[in-house]
Structures are given as structure tokens and as C-alpha cells.
Design a protein around this ligand. Structure first.
Ligand code: URA
Length: 249
């Protein structure tokens, strides 16, 4: 897990008991605390204490002897993908983005939402929420992805206008409008914003203008930017507010 446990970058699935009991719709957190203090709550058969946490997937929580079932929780992770790692769940040869998560979520079927090339770096979103993944990948959603791209020929007005109008790739694929702007005076480091995901899209878009891509880093998905404190290979769980930001911007 590339040392994240020590840095507290990953969040365990265990939660405070009062939060779990309240999430199950039984009462407020405050009342749940009172129930715990009154000895009415047991975890795995043992009377719970105030301040105790439990993992709803592995622990049995009972109030007055009746099992509590909190609503199912989904996992959303932000990973800073290093070069050389593939955007897949399993691979016979290469390390995958799911391999980098290690055994932090042993009962979860995590998968990457969309792909970055093996040579690309940056923000990969992983989840076990198929409905959410399907939704943000849906073309009608137009969820943006923002990249920093290093090209081998300076960005031209022709490229910018072509991207804005929608490039037609060599195989005839007509792409939707995209944005490009130079980040450096030499025009070689460029910010690109896409609202669709076609295989090798950016490399092929620059290829139409005879430009090669030397490096490609994903900075943001929708309105959520990659946490700059995550070193390549590091990851962390997203908060509910961060997950909501993905579908904006
Ligand atoms: N476009 C590409 O060409 N490669 C990526 O990894 C992402 C977008």
C-alpha cells in the first residue's frame, strides 16, 4: 500500500457505533450514544462502550439483541497513477491500478473508472460502484477530464481551433469539441480538457497535426482536482463532497 497506512491516507471502513446505528435509521447519533452508555448495544456479543468503532462488514452490531444493518457503503478512491502501471483490475504481466490498492478492501470489487495509458500519469478514480461509474462515463454526462500534456511541437492556433471545432481522427472518428491552451511560453506544455473518452484520444488528436506527445498527466476529473500531496502510487478515499464534485465542472 506504498506506506499510506502510516500516513493515514487510507480510511478504514470502521466507523463510530453511534454513526452506524443512526445510519441504519434507528435513531439520532445522540440517542445511539445514550443506548451505548446504557449497555443496550453489543458488538460481536460484547457490550459496547462509548467511543467504540465497528466495521459493519465484519462485526455484528445488535441493539437490544436485534441485529443492525447499516446501508451499504461504496468506496471511491483517488489514485495518482505512476508511469508503467496499467488501468485495469488484473493483468498477467503488468502492475495494475487495483494492485496498488493492495489488500485495503479485501471484500470489494474495485475497478478503475475509465483509462489512462500505461505511459500516462495522474488521477485515476477507482470504485466498487458500477452505477456511479456508468453514469460518469456516459457520453450524455459530458464529465470533463483535464490533462497537462507535453508535446514535441509548439501548440498552434490551428490546433486550438481544430480541437474547439472537434477533430476528425485519421480513422474518420469525429470527436466532440475539446479545449487546449499553452501553459508555458514555448507552447510545449499544454492544458487539454476533454468531455469524452476515446482510446488514445489526446495522442491521436495531436497526431492529426503531426505533433507527438512526450508526457501526459491527468489533473482533474469533473470539478475534482488530483490531491497534489499524493505522490505517484499513493491513493486515498474521497469524501462525499469530493465525489459530488466529480459530476460538476
Ligand atoms: N489521451 C491519451 O492519449 N492517453 C491517455 O492516457 C488519456 C487521454
Amino acid at each position: 500500500m506504498t506506506g499510506q497506512a502510516e500516513e493515514k491516507r487510507c480510511f478504514a471502513l470502521a466507523e463510530r457505533l453511534q454513526k452506524l446505528i443512526a445510519a441504519a435509521g434507528l435513531c439520532s447519533r445522540r440517542t445511539a450514544e445514550e443506548w451505548i452508555a446504557a449497555g443496550r448495544v453489543r458488538v460481536n456479543g460484547e457490550t459496547a462502550t462509548v467511543g467504540q468503532s465497528a466495521d459493519p462488514e465484519t462485526d455484528t452490531i445488535c441493539v437490544d439483541g436485534v441485529p443492525v444493518t447499516p446501508p451499504e457503503r461504496r468506496v471511491y478512491l483517488m489514485l495518482n497513477k505512476p508511469e508503467g502501471v496499467v488501468s485495469a483490475s488484473t493483468d498477467k504481466r503488468d502492475t495494475t491500478v487495483v494492485d496498488l490498492i493492495g489488500d485495503a478492501y479485501p471484500r470489494r470489487e474495485l475497478f478503475p473508472v475509465g483509462r489512462l495509458d500505461k505511459t500516462s500519469t495522474g488521477f485515476v478514480l477507482l470504485t466498487d460502484d458500477g452505477t456511479f461509474a456508468h453514469d460518469i462515463l456516459a457520453p450524455r454526462r459530458h464529465v470533463s477530464k483535464t490533462y497537462t500534456v507535453v508535446i514535441d511541437t509548439p501548440l498552434t492556433e490551428e490546433m486550438k481551433a481544430g480541437f474547439a471545432a472537434g477533430v476528425t481522427l485519421a480513422d474518420g472518428t469525429a470527436l466532440s469539441p475539446a479545449e487546449a491552451s499553452a501553459l508555458t511560453p514555448d507552447g510545449l506544455t499544454v492544458r487539454v480538457l476533454l468531455r469524452q473518452g476515446v482510446y488514445h484520444q489526446i495522442k491521436r488528436m495531436f497526431g492529426v497535426y503531426g505533433a507527438g506527445v512526450n508526457a501526459l498527466h491527468r489533473d482533474a476529473i469533473g470539478g475534482l482536482a488530483l490531491d497534489e500531496s499524493l505522490a505517484p502510487g499513493q491513493w486515498r478515499e474521497l469524501t462525499a463532497d469530493e465525489v459530488a464534485k466529480i459530476t460538476t465542472g
